[in-house]
Design a protein around this ligand. Structure first.
Ligand code: PXP
Length: 247
C-alpha cells in the first residue's frame, strides 16, 4: 500500500499572510490524520515564509502518524531537527528567491555537506530522505552519502501533465518519456536498497500512472490537496487523494 504524507505548508501560508493565529496548522494535521493520511510533511524554510520553528515543536507533540520535515542541509536546520526529532527529515535544495522548490538536491556537487548532515541526523535516530532528480548519479550519491530514502522530484512530470489540453501528440509523448525516466530511477533506487518516494506538483489527475510504479511507496503532496480543500474541506480533499493513489 502506498503511503501519503500531506504537506500542510500552505495552511501556514494563509496564516502568515495576516501574521495571525488562524488557520491552525495543528487542526490541519489532526484532520489529515483522521482522514487517513499516513503522515504530515512540512518545509521549514530559511526565510520562515510559512512554517515557523514553533510549528515544528507543536507538530512534534501532536502528530501521531509520521512527521516529515523538509529542510536545507544547513547547520541551523540540522540543529533544529536534532532538537525536535521529527520521524524523518527530507533534505531539499533551497534558493531564497524561488516560489517553491525548483528541483532536486545536487548530492554529487555537495556530497560532503550532505553526507555529514545525514550522519548527524541518523545518529539521532532520524530517518533521512533526500529529494533528488531522477538521475542515476544522484541516486548513487544519495546511497553513498547514507540516505535511507530518495524522493524523486516529479516537477518535470507535473509541468508536462498540468494541462489536459497539452496531453496529446508531442505533449503526451514527453509526459510518457518523463514517466519512464521516473520508473527507471525508482527501479534503480530500489535495487540499491533505497526506499523510493516521489513528490512535487502531483495532482488528482496526474498521480495515477506514478501510483502504478511498484517501487514508489510514498508520496508527499501539498499544493493540490490544500487547493481542493478550499472547496470541499480538508478531510474530503485528503480522502480523494488517497482514492486517486489507490485506483
Ligand atoms: N516534496 C518536496 C521535497 C517538496 O519540497 C514539496 C514542496 O514543498 C513537495 C513534495 C510537495 O509539493 P506540492 O506542494 O507541489 O505537492
Amino acid at each position: 500500500m502506498k503511503r501519503l504524507n500531506v504537506n500542510i505548508d500552505h495552511v501556514a501560508t494563509i496564516r502568515e499572510a495576516r501574521k495571525t493565529i488562524e488557520p491552525s496548522i495543528i487542526t490541519a494535521a489532526v484532520i489529515c490524520e483522521q482522514a487517513g493520511a499516513n503522515g504530515i510533511t512540512v518545509h521549514l524554510r530559511g526565510d520562515r515564509r510559512h512554517i515557523q520553528d514553533r510549528d515544528i515543536e507543536l507538530l512534534r507533540d501532536v502528530v501521531t502518524t509520521y512527521l516529515n520535515v523538509e529542510m536545507a542541509a544547513t547547520e541551523e536546520m540540522t540543529g533544529i531537527a536534532l532538537a525536535t526529532k521529527p520521524d524523518a527529515v527530507s533534505l531539499v535544495p533551497e534558493n531564497p528567491n524561488e516560489v517553491t522548490t525548483e528541483g532536486g538536491l545536487n548530492v554529487v556537487a555537495n556530497f560532503e555537506t550532505i553526507k555529514s548532515a545525514i550522519e548527524r541526523l541518523r545518529s539521532a535516530g532520524i530517518f533521512v530522505s533526500v529529494f533528488i532528480d531522477p538521475v542515476n548519479e544522484q541516486i548513487e550519491a544519495a546511497k553513498r552519502a547514507g540516505a535511507q530514502q530518495i524522493e524523486l522530484c516529479t516537477a518535470e512530470y507535473a509541468e508536462l501533465t498540468l494541462s489536459s489540453r497539452a496531453m496529446h501528440g508531442e505533449g503526451l509523448a514527453k509526459a510518457a518519456a518523463e514517466l519512464e525516466r521516473l520508473r527507471k530511477a525508482a527501479e534503480f533506487g530500489s535495487e540499491l536498497g533505497l526506499i523510493v518516494a516521489a513528490g512535487h506538483g502531483l495532482t488528482y489527475r496526474n498521480i495515477g500512472p506514478l501510483a502504478r510504479i511498484a517501487e514508489i511507496t510514498e508520496f508527499n503532496i501539498g499544493h493540490n490537496i490544500i487547493s481542493r480543500s478550499v472547496f470541499v474541506g480538508l478531510s474530503q480533499a485528503v480522502r480523494e487523494m488517497m482514492e486517486a493513489i489507490r485506483q
